[in-house]
Ligand binder design. Structure first.
Ligand code: PEP
Length: 264
């Protein structure tokens, strides 16, 4: 399923980040359960699975075009002496359409900089992928009231200067670091405030036509019980879900909650 390249139509996107979890033998049972649990849902939402790189092809086959698939990270070069890395063309060749760029775990554990995120984003676009640029402040930055400054800096440094058609393929995930895997979710009002700041920045960086269409997902301890309230906010266009996406029934419940919020 190729991502919609039309910049003016904003869409609802539910994304599952499996991080470094699951084995090949989990893929079949996961999607059998997920399909059963989502059989009654409409087809209005875009669903994307981000499995570890060795599972990409198996997940592409298992979803059979009913959902999209993405890599969790890519290198900025197409190939070369970068032991342990995976390039954007390799991810595309596995049948994926998306890639996460700048997840906070990559920034924290592997020292990824905004400039490297910008290079990865461009490599992803050149390979025909839709990059999901992850931005978000740490707890210390929020406690100092610096959340907007930090997120705007991450966004402008990585995503300035793209061509208009490239902005049509970009997605943003606002993931406050203090909310990832902690059980502490941003309140819907706090999420909306940050998403509005991100959209205003996109307006400057990408132009008004692109800015209205770029989906901005919220990530950070999204669960079935808090999805609808988050997605009811004007600028929250979907969710990037980590822990709760590992259980197919929990992720299906999040998809169902998102569907009811997007209908309401
Ligand atoms: C994530 O990994 O992007 C994430 C948001 O994780 P969690 O849902 O577990 O907080």
């Amino acid at each position: 399923m190729r991502p919609d390249m039309t910049p003016l139509r904003r869409r609802t996107v539910l994304a599952a980040n499996w991080k470094m979890h699951k084995a090949p033998s989990d893929v079949g049972p996961y999607f059998a359960s997920f399909r059963r649990a989502t059989a009654r849902l409409g087809k209005r939402l875009e669903i994307v699975f981000f499995p570890p790189a060795p599972l990409l092809a198996a997940v592409v086959e298992a979803v059979g075009g009913r959902a999209a698939v993405g890599g969790q990270n890519c290198h900025w070069e197409q190939e070369g002496a970068f032991t342990g890395e995976v390039s954007a063309p390799m991810i595309a060749a596995a049948g994926a359409d998306y890639v996460l760029v700048g997840h906070s775990e990559r920034r924290r554990e592997f020292g990824e900089t905004d400039e490297q995120c910008g290079s990865k984003l461009r490599a992803a676009l050149a390979a025909g992928l839709a990059p999901v640029l992850c931005v978000g402040e740490s707890l210390a930055e929020r406690q100092k009231g610096r959340q907007r400054v930090v997120v705007i800096r991450q966004l402008t440094r990585a995503a300035s200067g793209l061509a208009p058609a490239e902005y049509g393929r970009l997605l943003i995930a606002y993931e406050p670091v203090w909310a990832i895997g902690t059980g502490h979710t941003a309140s819907p009002a706090d999420a909306q405030e940050m998403h509005a700041a991100i959209r205003a920045t996109l307006n400057t960086v990408a132009g008004s036509a692109a800015a209205v269409g770029i989906p901005i997902l919220y990530g950070g301890s999204v669960k079935p019980g808090n999805t609808a309230a988050l997605l009811a906010e004007d600028d929250v266009d979907g969710a990037l879900v980590g822990g709760a996406s590992l259980d197919p029934n929990d992720f299906a419940a999040i998809v169902a909650a998102a569907e009811s919020a997007s209908i309401a």
